[in-house]
Ligand binder design. Structure first.
Ligand code: ADP
Ligand code: MG
Length: 703
């Protein structure tokens, strides 16, 4: 028996009008490989073709419009091989030139003076005059337009595809061929119950109408149906994975509230926990005692005291006779955690060890031995913790600091360090907007520390133009003389790394000249330096040998230097919002008034202006993250590359937040009832999910 390949998985090459060359171009340019891919290459916009423009009303480039005008003059210019055809047309309001660079010979014969045409295209401004390159022209219909042509779909295309005749219109033709194919059939993937309850249109109708809408109403119904479907299956899959994880991984039960925690809390903690910290610790303790494996994301702004929460959890693990580890993304941070935690626990008898890339072999061996025999209670370190040689005796809790710096695979490696999966707490200071978190980390529970410890002086944020540099330098001198330390940060954008490095070193030289020795001492760190060099420079700053640290964003994460109270960000217009926020979080940790100074040129783009304005207006990390998401779209946010969220075809997690929440509720109701989707009535959903798994999100949204 030969298995029949489903229609939608047929190679695009076999669609009428495609062939090998176009197939190759569709594959390389738009990742369209099979019929299903073309079907989900949705129009990015629609043009209302029932509307006619007057020539005098043209005012926008790059939007499609439709004119009804009469030819008054035709001329060709240029040598025969690169001939251009210019057709001047006129309506009651004015004139415009239509221009063709291709197909001139053929067109010349078709176009005669006095003829009236319906003209459809994008006007463009050239030497102060409007013209329209390569419009579509058609004779005016005597009959009213067939309805499917009133709403014209516009497809994205590329130069290469256009050269093969596949502009938006060419692609539209292919889509039409597909939809009219005698075997065209899109199976339903939602249950009848969902369709009826939510009044969604059928899948096949949705696909027909999203490409060639029969009416504006049907277009919006098609969009609603497909957006729901897209978000629903993401949520259903995430929530289902979560259920099976909870079933599969029994968690260590940390039932004891023991001496270590109590002793520390009552005798060594030098400050009162904030209410937010208490709330989060309660949430975590509930998880740890539940018998289910914890997988929790802890979000809290820079300086909100996440490390303290982590430490308390590690003490709970210890009270229950389990080992914990804390992994940080850099050596500096690991060292800092190690020395802070060692200091805080110095009165308690806890065996804490540090393991990083620069731990000496002899010491490493001792640590590894003690770890395996169970004598080490807390292991703190960097990626070095992931190595195979690192074997625990009974690892109960894994804490990962600044999780966005680690890949999914690295996180998973820590899971494997124990027979029974340890509890996992991942911490991040890069707030993740709720909608994104729901999609990106749908499998993680989330806790938020939404309050800073008391007594912090708000950081003063200022925007200064480059021409006023000297004022900033004067302020810095004064502040340094008062004992403060200063960061000066330059952007590093990967595409032009060498150029940026030049900026940085030039900046460094300027700063050195402006702040001469011996009164001032300036250090520099950047991403091209070896880790050891970087650490040495950071250490010099930490130990106050230098007062100014010129750097790229390598200092963005985690480091805690209370005397560093001023952050100057050069070319602040070139940084993303979340980055600016992270950088600002490096200061404001000590008792002195802190400043964040955003330097920019006077000319600012629109987005840059919004970013600077947002920084001046708020220090709320969540508000900043929301604005960032709105400005950049989800694709640029950290972590999204791994998530497949980029592959959203119709839905938009910002605009469709309501649908997302709704879809999540529907998915969660279904799973409450039928956690493994075993019921006959849910078979259609189970089938679609396994299809998605097989196709790895490629065109998994079809089936
Ligand atoms: P985060 O990792 O969330 O950026 P940290 O855990 O490094 O923040 O805490 C920042 C500083 O605040 C540390 O010096 C820490 O000791 C201190 N801190 C934490 N919690 C409190 C609290 N409840 N009250 C006062 N200071 C606190
Ligand atoms: Mg931290």
């Amino acid at each position: 028996m030969v298995a029949l390949k489903p229609f939608l998985e047929t190679s695009i090459e076999y669609l009428k009008g495609v062939g090998p060359a176009r197939a190759e171009a569709l594959r390389s340019e738009l990742q369209i490989e099979v019929f299903g891919d073309l079907l989900t290459h949705f129009p990015f916009r629609y043009v209302d073709r029932s509307k006619m423009y007057l020539i005098k009303d043209i005012k926008d480039e790059n939007t499609f419009i439709q004119l009804r005008a009469r030819v008054i003059k035709t001329k060709t210019i240029g040598p025969p091989r690169s001939q251009r055809l210019i057709v001047t047309v006129e309506d009651e309001s004015g004139q415009i030139d239509l221009v063709w660079f291709q197909g001139v010979k053929w067109l010349v014969d078709k176009i005669a003076n006095g003829q009236e045409w319906i003209i459809f295209g994008k006007p463009q401004l050239f030497n102060g005059q409007w013209n329209m390159p390569h419009p579509d022209i058609e004779p005016p219909e005597t009959e009213p337009l067939p309805i499917s042509r009133i709403i014209q779909p516009i497809y994205s295309s590329t130069e290469k595809l256009k050269s093969k005749g596949l502009d938006y219109k060419g692609i539209g033709k292919l889509v039409k061929t597909l939809l009219l194919h005698e075997k065209f059939y899109v199976p339903e993937n939602l249950t009848r119950d969902i369709l009826e309850r939510l009044r969604l249109i059928h899948r096949q109708d949705a696909f027909l109408n999203i490409h060639f809408p029969q009416s504006p109403e049907l277009l919006s119904k098609a969009q609603a149906r497909l957006k729901f479907e897209e978000l629903f299956f993401i949520q259903l899959r995430l929530l289902k994975q979560r259920i099976s994880r909870l079933q599969k991984n029994e968690g260590h039960v940390f039932a004891t509230v023991g001496n270590y925690l109590n002793d520390f809390y009552h005798n060594y903690l030098t400050f009162e926990l904030t209410n937010a910290q208490k709330k989060v610790i309660r949430e975590i303790r509930a998880d740890l005692g539940s018998g289910k494996q914890m997988n929790r994301l802890l979000q809290g702004d820079v300086g909100s005291g996440k490390t303290m929460v982590a430490l308390m959890c590690m003490l709970i693990a210890l009270d229950n006779k389990y080992q914990s580890c804390l992994m940080a993304p850099t050596e500096i941070l690991a060292n800092q955690h190690f020395s802070n935690i060692s200091r805080m626990l110095s009165g308690l008898n806890v065996n804490i060890r540090l393991l990083t890339g620069s731990t000496k072999q002899a010491e490493r061996n001792v640590t590894l031995g003690l770890l395996e025999s169970g004598e080490v209670s807390f292991l703190i370190g960097t990626h070095a913790l992931l190595e195979d040689k690192v074997q625990f005796n009974n690892l109960g809790l894994v804490v990962i600091d600044e999780q966005h710096r680690f890949g999914v695979a690295q996180r998973a490696a820590l899971w494997e360090k124990n027979q029974r999966t340890p509890h996992i707490l991942v911490m991040t200071a890069t707030p993740i907007p709720r909608t994104l978190a729901m999609t990106l980390y749908g499998d993680l529970d989330s806790s938020v520390i939404d309050e800073l410890p008391p007594g912090r002086k708000p950081i003063i944020t200022k925007h200064v133009y480059d021409r006023d540099h000297f004022k900033v330098y004067n302020l810095l001198k004064q502040k340094i003389r008062e004992g403060n330390q200063v960061y000066i940060v330059y952007p590093l954008i990967e595409e032009s790394e060498s150029l940026d490095l030049k900026n940085l070193t030039e900046g460094f030289q300027t700063v050195v000249k402006e702040f001469p020795q011996p009164e001032f001492r300036v250090g520099m760190v950047h991403g091209r330096m070896k880790q050891q060099q970087k650490d040495a420079e950071m250490k010099r700053f930490l130990e106050k040998e230098t007062q100014i640290l010129v750097s790229t964003t390598v200092i963005e994460v985690g480091v805690d230097i209370p005397e560093a109270s001023i952050m100057v960000i050069e070319n602040a217009d070139r940084f993303g919002l979340s980055q600016l926020h992270q950088l600002r979080g490096r200061v404001g940790r000590g008792s002195a008034q802190s400043y964040c100074i955003l330097m920019t040129p006077e000319e600012l783009g629109n987005d840059a202006r919004i970013r600077i304005k947002t920084m001046l207006k708020t220090t709320d990390g969540f508000e900043i993250a929301e604005t960032d998401l709105r400005l950049r779209g989800p694709g640029d946010l950290q972590g999204t590359q791994q998530s497949g969220i980029l592959n959203l075809r119709v839905a938009d997690i910002i605009q469709d937040e309501k649908i997302l929440k709704f879809a999540r509720n529907v998915a969660s109701d279904i799973l409450n009832d039928d956690p493994e989707l075993r019921f006959e009535k849910n078979a259609i959903l189970a089938k679609h999910i396994s299809h998605m798994d097989e196709h790895q999100q490629n065109w998994g949204l079809i089936s």
